[in-house]
Design a protein around this ligand. Structure first.
Ligand SMILES: [Zn+2]
Length: 338
């Protein structure tokens, strides 16, 4: 695991600590306001604390009041408090901490109970709220826009392709799903993917569906268009700002890099050199990528040069998409429905 995960989880822990502090503070403020209205409640609280101390002394074998008497006194105080709150129309929950997630009290972790017969407590497990937060964090850094997050394999519509191309495209879909499954499972994949074909054949859809599947499995997938990639490389080199450093870390260490729409514009020598370094770095660490392009293989070689071409294509499975322009088909369908 890269230290991307460490950074993210440290950030989350910090956020949660701050939130817990805030929730505790809010409770104390509510309590102080209620006690200002009903001063007897403060006395009850102090008496209960004193009882607790007596019980603790007993537990340590020190001289203290009789246990039954202490418990009876405690129950009487609790009843009195309840009655006072009721008389003033105050919900007892006001005196409790209002956790965002009552299941884990916002810690993110749940300690399973020790079952009878078990001598060791089972290890704590992640709460559903933490799992959700992890996915939200992964999406936040993924570069996937909201509409892209909707582009999942189960929404890939084969019927927009001409009937004769559907079996072929179904096979392309299957290969993309298998690739996504392997990356999501943390397996070392044998090759990267290049999605190749004309405009509007569903390249971006498939590339983002792969990224979505990886994120849904709690792994880091990042989506870059070529101009975004060039911008990160430039910022990291010439401005060395936080955005550039962070972007570079994502380019180098993410579990999956999606580079969408590798275009016909020739990259500058600097960008080409840096792209070469990024690809090499990922190859050495067996970190896969998906590249989509509407260029042909000879065009890729011509525009990006032999060194990048051999890294990019030599270690990739090239999937050539077929069909009509999907966007045109969808637009025609919408029009014919009116
Ligand atoms: Zn929780």
């Amino acid at each position: 695991m890269s230290n991307l995960y460490g950074n993210l989880s440290a950030e989350r822990a910090k956020r949660r600590e701050a939130r817990i502090r805030q929730r505790l503070q809010e409770r104390d403020q509510r309590e102080a306001a209620i006690m200002a209205r009903i001063p007897r409640l403060r006395e009850i609280k102090e008496e209960m604390a004193a009882l607790g101390l007596q019980l603790a002394r007993r537990a340590l074998g020190l001289p203290a009041a009789d246990a039954e008497e202490l418990l009876a006194r405690g129950q009487a105080l609790a009843r009195e408090r309840e009655e006072l709150l009721r008389q003033h129309g105050i919900d007892p929950a006001e005196l409790e901490v209002q956790w965002d997630c009552p299941d884990c009290q916002d810690t993110g972790w749940i300690q399973p109970r020790v079952e009878p017969g078990q001598d060791v407590a089972p290890p704590p497990r992640k709460c559903h709220c933490l799992l959700q937060e992890e996915i939200a964090d992964l999406y936040r850094i993924s570069g996937l826009t909201q509409p892209m997050r909707e582009q999942t394999f189960d929404r890939f519509d084969l019927t927009v392709y001409p009937p004769e191309d559907r079996p072929y495209m179904a096979e392309i879909l299957r290969q993309c799903q298998e690739f996504a499954r392997a990356v999501a499972a943390g397996e070392k994949v044998a090759h990267n993917l290049i999605l190749m074909g004309g405009v509007g054949l569903g390249k971006t859809f498939l590339a983002t569906a792969i990224a979505n599947a990886v994120v849904q499995h709690h792994r880091v997938a990042v989506y870059f268009t070529f101009p975004e990639l060039a911008d990160v490389l430039r910022r990291q080199r010439f401005e060395d700002d936080e955005g550039g450093r962070w972007g570079m870390q994502l380019l180098l260490e993410s579990d999956l890099l999606v580079l969408d729409d590798l275009g016909a514009e020739k990259p500058s020598d600097f960008v080409a050199e840096q792209l070469f370094n990024v690809l090499n770095h990922r190859i050495n660490r067996q970190l896969p990528w998906v590249v989509s392009t509407n260029l042909s293989l000879p065009e890729l070689g011509e525009i990006y040069g032999d060194r990048i071409f051999s890294r990019l294509v030599g270690l990739s499975e090239v999937l050539l998409l077929r069909g009509n322009d999907v966007r045109l088909v969808l637009r025609e369908r919408r029009l014919s429905r009116k």
